[in-house]
Design a protein around this ligand. Structure first.
Ligand code: MN
Length: 199
């Protein structure tokens, strides 16, 4: 059975940028909802039980017809949100360092140019979805809770949830304000570790 991992910080730890109300609702209700629906789907297929969510997403095309969409949406939601909590920290913000910073500079010229392009794609994503930084330094988007793993692509280094549930309580319809605030909580050491592990 899948479960929602506990946050490694308090609900109000990101309060200057993301309120405790959003964190609690997002973590305890939205993420829990994905997990509950994922568990209900996999329960029907003993062969699939015990697989990691990554495995389910990678082999999405081979899953039984009656649960494929449920796993796509809710398995994707579970995987994406497990990472999202780790990508934020009350000690976050600033810039990465080391090989990750070098790779960003090589591709984008400056850290500011990188955040500008990421932000532009996040603001421009129509509807609900995610923006990702990939190990090859591409910045890509997916709709809804779709996972890059199901498209045969690498696991993301960093991702931003731009569903309205991630910001509406604090920022109403002002997605750009949410994104500008989010950069202040990005947990760069985790992104650096994922970059090192991707090689
Ligand atoms: Mn979300």
């Amino acid at each position: 059975m899948f479960s929602v991992p506990a946050l490694t910080y308090n609900y109000d730890a990101l309060e200057d940028y993301i309120s405790a109300d959003i964190m609690q609702l997002h973590h305890d209700k939205h993420h829990q909802g994905y997990v509950d629906k994922l568990n209900a789907a996999v329960e029907k297929y003993p062969d699939l039980q015990g697989l990691a969510v990554e495995d389910l997403l990678v082999k999405l095309d081979t899953l039984p017809d009656d649960i494929r969409t449920t796993v796509r949406n809710n398995g994707g939601g579970h995987y994406n949100h497990c990472l999202f909590w780790l990508w934020m920290s009350p000690q976050g913000g600033g810039q990465p360092s080391g090989p990750l910073l070098e790779a960003i500079l090589q591709r984008y010229g400056s850290f500011d140019a990188f955040t500008e392009e990421f932000t532009t794609k996040a603001v421009g994503l129509f509807g609900s979805g995610w923006v990702w930084l990939q190990p090859n330094m591409d910045i890509v988007t997916t709709q809804n809770q779709d996972s890059l793993l199901s498209k045969g692509e690498a696991a993301p280094l960093l991702g931003l949830d731009v569903w309205e549930h991630a910001y509406y309580l604090d920022y109403k319809n002002k997605r750009p304000d949410y994104i500008a605030a989010w950069w202040n909580v990005v947990n760069w050491p985790v992104v650096e570790q994922r970059f090192d592990a991707s090689k």
